[in-house]
Every structure is written in C-alpha cells, then in structure tokens.
Design a protein around this ligand. Structure first.
Ligand code: C5P
Length: 300
C-alpha cells in the first residue's frame, strides 16, 4: 500500500495526491564523510497534501505549472523526478505536470520530496513500467534523502541519511488524534540547519528506538522521547520559531515539537474541539495554521 493507491488514471491524464509528513523523532547521530548526517527518525504521513495532474503532450519535454510561481522551475523535485524516470527508461514522451500546492514550502513537512515520490509512483503505474523496487528506491534516494520514505508513507523508521526505510505497524496514539501544524512566516534551509548543528546536539538514536518500541507495543511514547536534535539550534537562530512555540503553548497546546528542520511546529490533541479552539486563537494572532491527522498506509 502506498501513494499509488491514490493515483487516478485515464488514458491521457493521471491525478495523484502527495502527502506531507511530520517527524515524531529526529536523532542526528553524527556527520558522515559524504557531508550528510547519519539519522534515525520516525516519520508519519498526514492528510495535508498537494495534488498533481500529469498529462501527455506532444512536445517531448517535461513542463511544470505550479500554483506557486516561485516553484515553477526545472529544479522543482516533481519535474526532476519525471526527468529521472524518463531518463531511466530512455523515453522522450512529453509530459505536463500541474502542481497544486497546499503543503507549505521549505517548512520541514517534506512537500518537495513527497511531490517527487508521487511523480515516480504515478508514472510507474500510468506508463505500466516494470521497474524493480531497488531501481525505484535508488532513483528516489538520488532526488533527496526523504523521497524513499514517501514511496511507502505511513509510519516508518528512516535511517542512514534518511533513505533506509523500515515501515512500522501502523499505530497512532489517541492523544495525538488531531495535529495542529503552525508554519511561522519564514523559510529555513535544511542544509543551513545541518551545517550549524553543534556536535553537542547529536544523540545516540535512543529516542527513535524508544518511540518505535512504544508504538510497536501499541503504547503511548514518552513525551521526552519525541525529541528532535535540530530543534534546540533552530530555536537559537530563529526567534520567530521561539515566539510561535510560546504562542502555541499559551493557546493551550499540551506540548510542541519542530518537524524536520522546521520552521513548522506541531502539537497533538486528543479532542477536535480543543484543537479547533487553539487553532482559532493562533489564527487570530495571524498565524498560518493547519489542522491535520496521521494517515495509515492504507489511506495514503
Ligand atoms: O537530501 P536532501 O537534498 O533533502 O538534503 C538537503 C540538505 O540537508 C543536504 O544537502 C544536507 O546538507 C542536509 N542533510 C544532511 N543529512 C541528511 C539529510 C540532509 O546533512 N541526512
């Protein structure tokens, strides 16, 4: 079960949804010789999603049209994924990608990576390609560290630079039924956050292991284990994130965590009423806030 479940195909066009993720944990274990960092992170896809429509054209190239014009370039991961797939199969078929963005950009929610995985899966199904899982994973990993996760989505432990994905049995605690996401009005470069990270913020992976163990035993994880190694440093460098975090807590969030390299913060709620109340307060302060929930792989 994966994103392909959500691919709607006819002969000339193909719609696909690309979901966002949050990081329940993000342990940075150390710096690697290739410049990346070794990670252990528990990720979960959520219902917030972008929509892509792929259509066949006679122009022998990949065209991208995006609801956010600043994303409309050849560097866009959706366009790069289509190029990678065409190259892999030696195709010159023309393709137009229309991308309707809802997931905020450069936000720590994996929007670009999810778009890339959605394009790979959609083309695989639409063009009925016989591509091995290994080739698909390699193509995904060459596009970005988070892209392989989005090939399966749901709940997973991701290791290495993020590309080694172990799906976990779906279990999501009641206390986290509803998720409020707040996107401060800044963008953060993932590369810059990793570059600035001091060694003292590295961890040994025990938070991710503990959260995996708890979820697999269908237990609530300990709040202290919902740890993100990047959070302290992001709070140090970005006062907007500190302010947003304080405002979320003051509005009634039980606790608040950074997703990925941020700046998006999330807070869990067991009751819709409580989540809506906090959402309205934060919207009244002028924040961009999303009410969302976790998706199991059968829903992705
Ligand atoms: O793989 P991706 O292109 O998404 O990563 C963006 C940047 O984040 C990388 O260029 C790298 O600087 C940093 N990164 C890292 N370690 C990881 C993943 C990303 O240092 N495991």
């Amino acid at each position: 079960m994966n994103h392909a479940q959500q691919v709607h195909i006819s002969r000339d066009m193909c719609f696909v949804q690309a979901h966002a993720k949050i990081n329940l944990t993000l342990d940075v274990l150390g710096r690697r010789t290739d410049g990346y960092h070794e990670l252990a992170t528990v990720m979960q896809t959520i219902d917030l999603h972008d929509t892509l429509c792929l259509t066949a054209t006679n122009e022998h190239k990949v065209q991208l049209i995006c609801s956010q014009p600043e994303l409309c370039n050849a560097e866009n991961l959706a366009a790069r994924a289509a190029q990678a797939m065409r190259q892999h199969i030696g195709s010159t078929l023309g393709l137009k990608i229309e991308l309707y963005k809802r997931i905020p950009m450069a936000a720590g929610l994996g929007g670009g990576s999810s778009n890339a995985a959605a394009v790979l899966l959609a083309l695989q199904r639409w063009w009925q390609l016989d591509i091995s899982q290994v080739d698909l994973l390699n193509m995904a990993a060459s596009l970005g560290s988070d892209v392989p996760f989005f090939l399966t989505g749901g709940l997973a432990l991701c290791e290495g630079r993020g590309e080694r994905v172990t799906p976990l049995n779906p279990y999501w605690p009641q206390s986290m039924r509803w998720l409020l996401l707040l996107k401060p009005a800044i963008s953060i470069s993932t590369a810059a956050v990793f570059r600035q990270l001091p060694v003292s913020d590295y961890t040994d992976g025990s938070h991710s292991r503990a959260v995996c163990d708890a979820l697999q035993a269908r237990r609530e994880p300990r709040i202290d284990d919902l740890h993100n190694s990047l959070e302290r440093s992001v709070l140090q460098y970005y006062p907007e994130v500190v302010q947003a975090r304080e405002d979320m807590l003051r509005a009634g969030a039980p606790y608040v965590r950074l997703s990925g390299s941020g700046p998006t913060l999330f807070a869990p709620f067991s009751e819709l009423e409580h989540a809506l109340h906090v959402q309205h307060q934060l919207q009244n302060l002028g924040y961009e806030v999303y009410l969302s929930h976790a998706l199991s792989t059968s829903q992705v």
